[in-house]
Design a protein around this ligand. Sequence first.
Ligand SMILES: *Cc1c(COP(=O)(O)O)cnc(C)c1O
Ligand code: SF4
Length: 316
Amino acid sequence: MQQAITNGEQLLDRLGLSHLAPNLDANNPFPIRLPDSYLHKMRHGDATDPLLLQVLPQLIENDSSGSRHPVHDLDFMQVPGLLHKYHGRALLITTGACAIHCRYCFRRHYPYAEASTKNNELEHSLRYLQQHPEIDEIILSGGDPLMLSDARLSRLIAQLDDIAQLRFLRIHTRIPVVLPSRVNDALIEILSRTRLKVCVVVHSNHANEICVAEQHVFERLRGAGMHLLNQSVLLKGINDSVDTLVKLSKKLYENDVLPYYLHMLDPVQGAMHFAVSESRASKIIDGMRGKLPGYLVPRLVREIPNSPSKSAISGI
Ligand SMILES: *Cc1c(COP(=O)(O)O)cnc(C)c1O
Ligand code: SF4
């Protein structure tokens, strides 16, 4: 993380794209950030590279359409840092930190300072879980939960282990495809130690994000008995084509990762230029169905505030 790229001009320079600098939004309150290893997966000299477009803050983000809090998460915050929206599972906002800043992020305006789980408040979340014995799955989210130090993560999981009703631990993370070096021996050890059944939901949007190092991470997680799923966001100009998503599904499956969700963009301010219409999205998912076995077609969903689950978009 100390070597992360935090300067847009430097990024463009290294890709041979300095002429794009006038489009940069250097003062964006959600600053540019990406690990050096992520840059290495981009194509040199290609202004439309699908990885570059996920991280480059452009002036177009100043468009004021969209909402600052598109999914009304704060309405479902039972105690600071714990979201309980759906039956049987609850989600812990473990940290606001991420290894990468994705321009489409629906939590880009989220008030992490007030609404994530700090050490002293975790007690409240644990008590809430104990008072709701129907919750048997705990989801670690953020930010990115794998940004926690080994010590904090290990302590957190040990505390969850002690809640007898919990059976499943799900970790939603983009780290395996953006900072694979984070998944080291110590982390594998921590995730192997829990009595809970662990599922890692990776967030990859494009097959180019998955190279040798990332494949090695999947192999290690699988080797330690974890179940691997992927979710993507459907993003205009990045992965909004049948071929791109078919390639991603196959690449994932080769690595024992199954596609889970394909999310419609949450209408967040600053990211509306990535939006794909529902009718186009349905056509894309139908196109995928025509080319893939059913188990490699993700569920196309959108998040509608106050719904009891993610809402499926069925296609034609
Ligand atoms: C998306 C989400 C979940 C997980 O939903 P699944 O359909 O189980 O993947 C859980 N809690 C919250 C608050 C969510 O936004
Ligand atoms: S990793 Fe996830 S939470 Fe973090 S900036 Fe990207 S989309 Fe947002």
